[in-house]
Design a protein around this ligand. Structure first.
Ligand code: MTE
Ligand code: MO
Length: 317
């Protein structure tokens, strides 16, 4: 198995320009000294005991829309491990134990193994990014997430040339998660991205919201935010990251393959089989809030459309 980055031939993975961007990301990660696992960092050094992050940088690319309130963001959720109702997670997710937390890294990477949350977070600089989250049920919200680019983390594991996709898994513990008693999804919840999507600088490894540590119902202590895809790609409470050469299975695709594809890019031009995807309602706008047009790739087309050049987005929904 090849482990050295210079063994990767561009033709094996991606169009050349994407490949070189990825090389740059990997090299800057090396230059910044992100590789050593920092043993012995206290949790307080990475997740403040007060629950508030201090000195967060603001990301210049943030949306300028007014964010939804923390109350809205943390009381209307999808987190089926705690029930299928939008108000179930806020009532039930207090049983989730987020400390200690570890993430196992498996598959096509040189540095696999188990990492504590402290190992995962310590070398990274957190920033606040205001992104839109668009759900497949045609509602959206604007959220000031706190996190760092997933690419910086993945680079530390040194993915091999076979790592064409990344799969993510949520914790599945019946003691902590009452929703697992229902077979509504095949547990553990899982999601996947192509390596190019995962390495894209907009893809955010997320640990907070509104300058605070994530509430459990929003996916504490570590979740993904993929701003140009439907909300369900943004997997919560991640315990495993798996590098693979095959397109991974995803929970919603397994549950309803005709409704949810692997890509799941926000696309107003392709209807969900049961409803239109052309418009959305902003959460908190009240019952009579006007529907607003949904933007291609959730408004991030300029940044991400090149990832799908030549792909038929009707077939690859
Ligand atoms: N583990 C897990 N992750 C999940 C889900 C889930 O049910 N379980 N729901 C997804 C869906 S459908 C959406 S819309 C978003 C909602 O994120 P939020 O509750 O922080 O707004 O989480 C996604 N991540
Ligand atoms: Mo969703």
């Amino acid at each position: 198995m090849s482990t050295k980055q210079h063994d990767i031939k561009p033709s094996e993975i991606t169009p050349e320009d994407v490949f070189f961007k990825r090389r740059e990301i990997l090299q800057s990660a090396v230059a910044l000294g992100l590789f050593p696992a920092l043993a012995g960092r206290s949790r307080a050094a990475v997740l403040p005991a007060s629950g508030e992050f201090s000195g967060l940088a603001s990301w210049p690319g943030s949306l300028t829309d007014t964010p939804n309130s923390l109350e809205e963001i943390s009381s209307y959720n999808n987190y089926y491990e705690f029930g299928t109702g939008k108000d179930d997670p806020v009532r039930n997710a207090h049983t989730l134990v987020t400390d200690p937390w570890s993430v196992s890294v498996t598959g096509e990477a040189a540095r696999t193994g188990d990492y504590t949350l402290e190992d995962i977070l310590a070398p990274h600089t957190l920033e606040e990014r205001i992104y839109r989250l668009r759900c497949v049920e045609a509602w959206s919200m604007v959220v000031p997430w706190v996190g760092f680019p997933l690419a910086d983390l993945l680079a530390r594991f040194e993915p091999t040339s076979q790592a064409r996709y990344v799969q993510f898994f949520t914790l599945a513990d019946r003691e902590q998660m009452p929703g697992l008693r229902s077979p509504v999804l095949d547990w553990p919840y899982r999601e996947g991205l192509t390596i190019e999507e995962a390495m894209h600088p907009l893809t955010l490894m997320t640990v907070g919201v509104y300058g605070k540590v994530l509430p459990n119902q929003n996916g504490a202590p570590l979740r993904l935010i993929v701003p140009w895809k439907y909300g369900f790609k943004s997997i919560k409470s991640i315990v495993r990251i798996h590098f693979t050469d095959r397109q991974p299975r995803t929970s919603w695709n397994m549950a309803a393959p005709h409704e949810y594809g692997f890509y799941s890019n926000v696309n107003p031009n392709v209807d969900h089989p049961r409803w239109s995807q052309a418009t959305e309602r902003r959460l908190g706008g009240g019952l009579f809030a006007p529907r607003i047009p949904t933007l291609m790739f959730n408004g991030y087309a300029e940044e991400v459309a090149h990832l799908y050049a030549g792909l038929d987005l009707v077939r690859n929904y």
